[in-house]
Design a protein around this ligand. Structure first.
Ligand SMILES: Cc1ncc(COP(=O)(O)O)c(C=O)c1O
Length: 370
């Protein structure tokens, strides 16, 4: 095993980010305040949204969005291949997630399957820009218009992704981000919701603080889902280097794309046309018959060569015990195939071109050694 392990994520704050946090800690103004307000303005400006509202996590962002629009029993179309929060927050807001299969190449929600699931109760669709790969936004918008649906974009993994030259954060009904430590922006715990709709912005802003529209005066129900000023200060500072971090991820992904296309049995996620992927994860699908060993065997062999990998996600949401219990057994062939064959390779902003070349060489070596 090599002594230099290539990690799957880089979670290191800069001195400027640490100083920003310390400045707030010293001030004693720990709760949501001026830093959150400034972060909201700066993030909205960066992505081109009218409003941005900070909150305590990406899950909280989704929960607030769903709470703002759902009545009990309302249905939301959700891809079956994503992190659980995209669907579980629908349930926590009183709705029902209706799972839809994915496209096997982009790993994004399949609108044909979604169309077959439309009922009178369908209220919204929650497409996920999975791993930072933007959905075909125009197609989703046309679909939502046709069926009169609200769109809750899950952009937890897509800071800086663009579609037709426009940041994915600017296409709101709701665009929900996470700042969890492995994400493209990382402040500890935190989330933000972008929207261009004044009424949605108003509701979410107050639902985030127990629906308190005046001092101890509550006109709606909500939760305590506030971000703290410490996290917001880190976020404000980090926003300044988002483009730089993304440029490294994109360079790394390009080298991987070039290097891996020649390897039979390895298929990288297909990028949506007219878009710029944010490469939160660089995922490949490993075809055992063609490549010569399974995804799990490849992961183990790469580990021995000092390269960490990840599996996002090992099963579809419809296969999660809790959802099987709630909604019975369902079958989504594309999701199940991808879940069984997918592998995430390191792509993050802390990796050099040499690191990325080592990953490619190591995959070649694994194949040769089979
Ligand atoms: C697609 C997706 N949605 C939602 C979330 C939830 O974000 P958080 O962990 O900040 O609650 C995540 C985080 O892992 C995610 O990857």
């Amino acid at each position: 095993m090599s002594d230099h392990t290539i990690k799957i994520a880089e979670i290191k704050l800069t001195e400027a980010e640490i100083e920003a946090a310390v400045r707030v800690l010293r001030s004693g103004a720990l709760r949501q305040g001026k830093e959150c307000e400034a972060f909201e303005k700066e993030f909205a400006e960066k992505v081109g949204a009218k409003y941005a509202i900070t909150c305590s996590s990406g899950s909280a962002a989704l929960h607030l969005a769903y709470m703002a629009i759902l009545k009990p029993g309302d249905e939301v179309l959700v891809p079956s291949f994503t992190f659980i929060a995209t669907a579980s927050m629908v349930v926590m807001a009183g709705g029902k997630p209706i799972f839809c299969d994915i496209d096997p190449e982009t790993f994004l929600i399949d609108l044909k399957d979604a169309e077959s699931k439309i009922t009178e109760k369908t209220k919204a669709i929650a497409p996920v820009h999975l791993f930072g790969n933007p959905c075909n936004i125009e197609a989703v918008q046309a679909f939502a218009k046709k069926y009169n649906l609200i769109i809750v974009w899950d952009a937890a993994q897509a800071h800086g992704a663009t579609y037709k030259g426009q940041d994915v954060g600017s296409f709101g009904d709701f665009v929900c981000y996470s700042f969890y430590p492995t994400k493209n922006m990382f402040v500890g715990e935190g989330g933000i919701i972008c929207t261009n709709n004044e009424e949605f912005a108003y509701k979410i802003r107050f639902m985030r603080t127990h629906g308190q529209t005046g001092k101890y005066y509550h006109t709606m129900l909500g939760l305590n889902y506030r971000m703290t000023d410490v996290e917001a200060a880190i976020g404000r500072e980090q926003l300044k280097r988002l483009d730089e971090m993304l440029a490294v991820r994109r360079r790394n992904a390009e080298i991987l794309n070039k290097g891996l296309t020649e390897i039979p049995g390895i298929r990288p996620q297909k990028v949506t046309p007219n878009s710029k992927h944010a490469w939160h994860q660089y995922c490949i699908v490993v075809d055992k018959e063609v490549f010569g060993c399974s995804r799990d065997e490849l992961a183990e062999k790469l580990k021995q060569k000092g390269i960490a990998t990840g599996i996002h996600y090992p099963r579809g949401l419809h296969q999660q015990p809790i959802f099987e219990q709630m909604y019975g057994k369902q079958v989504f062939p594309n999701t199940e195939y991808v879940a069984e064959h997918i592998l995430a390779l390191p792509v993050h902003h802390g990796l050099s071109e040499t690191d990325i070349e080592k990953i490619i060489e190591s995959i070649y070596e694994v194949r040769k050694e089979l």
